[in-house]
Design a protein around this ligand. Sequence first.
Ligand code: FE2
Length: 306
Amino acid sequence: MFSHFARGSTGLVEGQGGGRKTMEKGAIMTNLNDTATAEERREEAPNEFRLGRRAALLGLAGGTVTAVAGLVSPAFAQRAFTTGNVKDAADVGDFLGSLPQCRLTTATVEGPYFIDQRIVRSNIRERQPGLPLELELRVANANASCRPIGGAVVSVWHCNAQGEYSGYLFNDPDKFPDLDTVNELGHVTHRDNERWLRGAQTTDAEGKVTFQTIVPGWYTPRAAHIHVRVYLGGNRMMTTQLYFPQALLNTIQSTHRDYRSRGVSIYTNENDVVRDQSGITGRQDILQVTAKPDGSLRAAMVLTGT
Ligand SMILES: [Fe+2]
């Protein structure tokens, strides 16, 4: 079990509540209070992604792969691959198993658009348009040879292709968050009942959860990201944010029909305020991404605490 729970110092913070219930599909956990404040801490937490050009292996150049309607075009995938940031999923095999298993995940703030409502479901997309993404996460314990942690609740939330969060549709993604309206926990009060692109799963014996979602868009003043909070039982939790290879984002934001209306974000992994404040540099906390033959994406990360 985790043995060190100093607030923020290990990527884990304490919270009130945080107990775990038996969860059934579609159930909504609403009575667990999270009043802990995640703190930004500098940690060694890189999850490396390896570079590769897989277009040829996918047969894209020869036109042997046909994109599924509503996903991406082969031309898009071609461009994405030539950016050197994605790999052929079939070439990776045990995707999670190929990643660095024992590097501490960086703890970051949960941000203003957190809603403490864990909707238990693997598919969080609902009807949101965007580039389909299969997100695979594994929770591991750095104090036990990075043994997977089963039974942890992993909650994810992120904005849609237009930079909007469910619950916060009043918010203009081109404007800075109104920090005058945040409560003592740093959260803006949500106003609508939409909950798309939010959901939670319990890790299996391999510490793994999978979500079906889309690649997030972007909003001012953030690089594209996915929020994650891991509830480890009792009052223990870990909060972090995950990012995408920048060249891949640039390609998606400039070419994909569901993203290009907002254009390429000026907010990048290099200048992102949360990454900067959390001491995240380079490829740290950037998801490893692969592409499926239909042009949709898989992304993976091992979340490791001590
Ligand atoms: Fe966010």
